[in-house]
Design a binder for this molecule. Structure first.
Ligand code: SAM
Length: 266
């Protein structure tokens, strides 16, 4: 993981070199449309308010839970005590990006959504509210965290979310095997290490279509994640990527004849 200073420098470099966030000078009609209709959509959707209310409740929740440590830098089988409000403050996507995912789902109109890394379910709620008739499968290693996420879905009256609990390394294979239809929107937000990220990507590709959109979280968080992002960009199935610094969008669209990679200020 990069230090705050290193990440700050990288962010500054991104900010001053990225393509204009309003779409000026972006020659790809597909990407221009995405910038105008999704990145720059400033509508205050009703779902934003109710989900952010849940986030605020979680930020005040002082319950202590025992969680197994998953993901980057963890030791297998290690558990620790965590306060819910700490998890809410450090693990969830900030509203700027969670709401971007909401608009992206509305734009893509997927029928099946997969999220790796539920945590307390705030971003899941955005994905599920954006398309209530889509089936959302979200995966989380820690049963105690997953239970709190389930409570958020109940509070928000979400009926289209299924939580799969367990280590992705074991649960992803069975989840993919059990799904008869492809996933057309996939958010990877857990276990930010190079090899697992690439391995999940390869496994998931089998259950995609040319219209599937992948969103990878924290693509510049560490050297390992930057390496993973570079390899994903070079993958033969990938035709277009959009780097928004804290997240990366990956498209497999066949209409795209030449591979293109965009870095856009957001
Ligand atoms: C960054 S949080 C997800 C945040 C959530 N997507 C949001 O924005 O609201 C990552 C979650 O992935 C889970 N996780 C990480 N590695 C995992 C693994 N190998 N198997 C299962 N869960 C894992 C962690 O327990 C953690 O709750």
């Amino acid at each position: 993981m990069y230090s705050v200073f290193q990440l700050g420098l990288k962010y500054l470099n991104y900010y001053f070199t990225a393509a204009n966030g309003k779409g000026h000078g972006i020659h790809s009609p597909f990407v221009f449309d995405l910038v105008v209709k999704v990145l720059n959509d400033e509508t205050n959707y009703a779902a934003y308010k109710e989900i952010e209310q849940q986030r605020r409740r979680l930020l005040k929740n002082e319950t202590i839970i025992t969680v197994e440590d998953f993901g980057a830098g963890s030791v297998k089988g290690l558990t620790k005590q965590r306060v819910v409000q700490q998890i809410a403050a450090t693990s969830l996507k900030p509203k700027k990006y969670a709401q971007l995912l909401y608009r992206l789902v509305q734009y893509v109109q997927p029928t099946q959504i997969l999220e790796l890394g539920t945590s307390l379910g705030i971003t899941t709620a955005y994905l599920a509210k954006a398309k209530p008739d889509a089936a959302v499968i979200t995966m989380e290693g820690s049963p105690a965290i997953a239970e709190i996420a389930q409570q958020q879905f109940a509070d928000l009256q979400l009926k289209n979310v299924k939580v799969v609990t367990g280590n992705f390394d074991e649960t992803l294979v069975s989840t993919l095997a059990a799904s008869s239809t492809p996933f057309d929107f996939i958010f990877i937000d857990g276990n930010h290490r190079k090899d697992p990220t690439l391995c999940y990507f390869e496994q998931l590709l089998v259950k995609t279509t040319a219209d599937t959109v992948f969103v990878f979280d924290d693509i510049h968080w560490s050297k390992e994640m930057e390496d993973a992002w570079e390899l994903i960009k070079q993958h033969p199935s990938v035709t277009l990527t959009v780097d928004l610094f804290f997240i990366g969008l990956v498209f497999l669209r066949k209409e795209q004849k030449e591979k293109e990679h965009f870095v856009i200020r957001f």
